[in-house]
Design a protein around this ligand. Structure first.
Ligand SMILES: Cc1cc2nc3c(=O)[nH]c(=O)nc-3n(C[C@H](O)[C@H](O)[C@H](O)COP(=O)(O)OP(=O)(O)OC[C@H]3O[C@@H](n4cnc5c(N)ncnc54)[C@H](O)[C@@H]3O)c2cc1C
Length: 795
């Protein structure tokens, strides 16, 4: 539509409002796609004519609106807003249901803000804009609708993506009620899952209770399992020229922040006009309450958020631009920036996925798509298409299959959550529905130990676990990684979850809520679904399986690099004793410079005794460095009909992108080492405020309350000099284009010029899945292969 087509003078203008929540992207976003479809008669795009057995909401979705208004509301129930200037909360603090953690911790607050600002920038580049508000989406939407009507405009409707979990569904219900009162249609789209719900070969209520039967049934759909991604408009309908003023809380966020500014390396411009608020002002407001409150659990301070740990496995900023760039790098481009080298000689990291996915260090060992998927900055279908593109160039093998397999796990947790509703958050889990007798047993008092975050002291097992000072290095390292970077590997998550729920026997929801607070990639169905699975109340057919954390440490950190990275006090220990430091006598501790402490973790002190010691651990105590390592793949893991290719035996060269062994804690900057090969998106973090390591002021991580109480300062166990991020390339407008070139160019086979409708330019071949069925029986290595105390369970 050109400007000339827009209504003039007193003509009534028709506005379509699109409320964005967990779909912060332009590409493959049904909202934006259908907003630019005037009539379904005209449709030619194969995606729209997808011949599903069942009808779906989008079948009749079309818009003749003159204006499109994308809106994002920071929802006070999900993210604490009381630190914003003069914000008056309408309801309680944004805390988790049972244990009262902040729902959105600092790293995720930052990630969300980055994603929202990036979306706004991309919309602006496409001729639109994004209205950003704070409060409750239902209030904002209702007031906008009223406001438009009062100023004489017509509101065609409000559209939003359908979500599947409690809080989100409640918001949908609230919006529906409000809109009914104003006679405004509310329409939903499905853009969340890989498989469109209408294409499932069963009703959602009949979703199998175990993953493998689910997978096998959906795989019978073959190439029709995943729809092609939807074209994005090359130019968006105009943003309404006059946005009604509404009574809701508002900040003047009109301050232009270029997406590069989000890297926070660029100082805030001095050109802000009075009243304007910048990205960093907002971030400060979001972080303030996390630091100020005395109750319970605020582990990150804003100081920490100025810079992630230099070893973070997720050094990427939030947003669609970052997601697409990562996609290109991981699936297509690889190390080389030189497109002539994007051949078999230099395959991108996905070619080693199966081998590296259980690694713990560096950003390259797995796709790192999860945070982008959680906020919808990338569409799972576009990842699927990137896999197709990769396979056409490099061939299919277990690596690509395995990524698809994991994406199906994500879908599975969504559909199962929809089937079982609020049991997702219930201590009895899905088992209450699938095996009520077993569930009954586990509901008896005493089955799960409980924890009181206010009354239980600093030496309580759970407090020590959540602070990373159990005295079991592999567990503590994982917790410290989460706290100091917002990310933890899948391997780490499984071990921590098993330790909390099985070894210690505590209510699994403590861990689920703690992860909810801290993970950048928090997603309700994947998080609670996985916690249930590991705790034995969910979809694991072998509910009693338990990870042996010492065996796991020796399997997956067989050279001790990971533990040394996150627990500097242990840096001088020989690897053979590193995972069991309690076996050392006083002389040995002295020799390795380890201070005696009962439970503190500092730069040179680590607890002398673990909080528990399991009999089953002992047989692994003597295992020597490197023996039985599974760091570069687990030979037991095989997809039955997959082709085992590029499978390196232990002892062979490390895979590319691994980042190299740490010479010394803090001395090797993993992120920059790999990031320099990665490119612009990796840029992250403000300059460090100081070098704690040099100043040697890493105080103990005391009780969480101690660390946040008045006057207490939590200084994170963080190393790396201010210059340690120097390997990052500072993004520029020019190199920003490379991410765009991927979708518009590499996958589409076209020139590398960016287009906002990027994935729409995918060639037919890219869109058509070449993926054959994973096939046949077996293939259950995610659900088998090991079990017992091997910890070789799923994933
Ligand atoms: C206790 C526990 C809690 C978890 N909480 C979350 C969570 O809140 N959000 C989240 O996205 N994932 C969660 N996971 C799953 C998994 O750990 C992460 O998806 C994965 O580590 C993210 O890294 P990646 O994107 O590099 O994954 P990759 O290994 O590259 O996998 C590709 C994609 O497949 C999906 N996937 C992989 N493994 C799983 C899985 N086990 N379950 C569901 N989807 C999976 C993710 O979308 C991921 O991005 C949890 C796992 C456990 C054991």
């Amino acid at each position: 539509m050109s400007v000339n087509d827009l209504p003039k003078g007193n003509q009534k203008r028709k506005v379509l409002i699109c409320l964005l929540r967990l779909d912060l992207r332009i590409h493959d976003n049904p909202l934006f796609h259908y907003a630019h479809v005037a009539s379904h008669q005209d449709l030619t795009d194969s995606a729209d004519n997808y011949n599903s057995e069942k009808s779906h909401d989008e079948d009749t979705l079309a818009s003749t609106a003159d204006y499109l208004m994308p809106v994002y509301v920071f929802d006070e129930r999900e993210i604490e807003l009381s630190g914003l200037p003069d914000y008056q909360r309408k309801g309680p603090e944004a805390r988790t249901q049972v244990y009262g953690f902040w729902k959105t911790g600092g790293f995720r607050a930052r990630f969300i803000s980055e994603s929202v600002y990036d979306l706004r920038l991309r919309l602006r580049e496409a001729g639109s804009d994004l209205l950003i508000r704070f409060g409750r989406p239902e209030d904002v939407v209702e007031n906008l609708v009223k406001g438009f009507k009062e100023q004489g405009d017509e509101v065609e409707g409000v559209w939003m993506q359908k979500e599947m979990t409690f809080q989100e569904i409640q918001v949908e219900g609230e919006i529906a009620d409000r809109l009914k009162r104003t006679n405004t249609p509310l329409r939903f789209v499905h853009g969340k899952t890989l498989i469109h719900p209408s294409d499932l070969p069963f009703e959602i209520a009949d979703t199998p209770d175990v993953f493998t039967p689910f997978r096998k049934r959906v795989e019978t759909l073959g190439p029709r399992m995943v729809r092609p991604s939807l074209a994005a408009p090359s130019t968006f309908k105009a943003f309404p020229p006059k946005v009604p003023s509404i009574p809701d809380y508002a900040l003047d966020v009109s301050y232009e922040v270029d997406v590069d500014g989000l890297s926070s390396r660029v100082p805030e411009s001095q050109e802000k006009t009075e009243g304007q608020i910048s990205f960093h002002d907002i971030l400060r407001g979001l972080l303030r309450p996390l630091n100020d409150t005395a109750l319970p659990y605020s582990l990150e301070g804003s100081a920490l958020l100025q810079q992630r740990h230099s070893g973070s496995a997720f050094p990427l900023r939030g947003g669609e631009s970052s997601a697409l760039e990562r996609l290109e790098w991981y699936f297509v481009r690889g190390k080389s920036a030189d497109s002539s080298r994007w051949g078999k000689a230099d395959p991108p990291p996905v070619a080693r996925y199966k081998q590296t996915r259980n690694n713990l260090i560096g950003h390259a060992y797995s796709t790192k798509m999860s945070p982008f998927l959680a906020y919808g900055s990338i569409s799972p279908r576009v990842i699927w298409e990137a896999l197709n593109a990769h396979e056409r160039k490099f061939g299919e093998d277990q690596n690509t299959y395995w990524v698809r397999f994991e994406l199906l796990w994500r879908d599975y947790f969504f559909f199962v959550a929809e089937k079982f509703g609020d049991l997702l958050f219930d201590i009895g889990g899905y088992e209450k529905a699938t095996d009520p007798r077993q569930a009954e047993k586990k509901m008896q008092p005493g089955w799960w130990k409980m924890w009181d975050p206010v009354k239980d002291g600093a030496d309580h097992h759970i407090t020590r676990l959540l602070e990373g000072r159990t005295g079991i290095p592999f567990i503590d390292a994982n917790i410290l990684e989460l706290r100091e970077s917002g990310f933890m590997s899948n391997r780490g998550r499984q071990n921590v979850a098993s330790f909390l729920s099985k070894d210690l026997g505590y209510d699994w929801r403590i861990g689920a809520e703690f992860f909810q607070s801290h993970l950048i990639d928090y997603d309700p169905t994947s998080n609670y679904g996985n916690w249930q699975y590991v705790a034995g109340v969910g979809n694991d057919p072998r509910a009693s399986r338990q990870f042996n954390c010492i065996k796991q440490a020796k399997d997956y950190d067989s050279h001790g690099e990971y533990v040394k990275m996150w627990i500097p006090a242990l840096r001088n220990l020989p690897v053979d004793i590193l995972h069991t430091p309690w076996l050392m006598d006083a002389d040995e501790r002295r020799r390795y410079g380890l201070k005696t402490t009962t439970m503190d973790v500092t730069m040179d002190a680590y607890p002398m005794k673990p909080i528990i010691e399991s009999e089953s651990w002992r047989k692994h105590y003597d295992r020597k460095e490197g023996v039985g390592s599974k760091m570069y793949g687990n030979p037991q893991e095989k997809v039955k009909d997959g082709k085992v290719k590029r499978y390196k035996k232990p002892g062979q060269a490390r895979p590319h992108g691994y980042g190299g062994p740490p010479q010394y804690y803090g001395a090797t900057d993993y992120v920059s080492a790999s990031a320099s090969t990665y490119g612009p998106t990796a840029s992250y973090g403000m300059p460090a405020s100081g070098n704690e390591r040099e100043r040697n002021v890493i105080p103990p991580l005391r009780g969480i309350r101690g660390s946040i109480g008045p006057g207490a300062s939590h200084v994170p166990l963080r190393t790396g000099s201010p210059g340690s991020n120097s390997g990052y390339a500072t993004p520029t407008n020019n190199n920003r284009g490379s991410g765009r070139g991927f979708v518009g160019g590499v996958l589409g086979g076209a020139a590398s010029t960016f287009s906002n409708n990027a994935p729409s330019q995918l060639s037919a071949a890219d869109r058509e899945t070449s993926w054959r069925r994973g096939g046949g029986g077996g293939n259950g290595n995610h659900e088998g292969n090991g079990g017992g105390n091997n910890g070789n369970g799923r994933s």
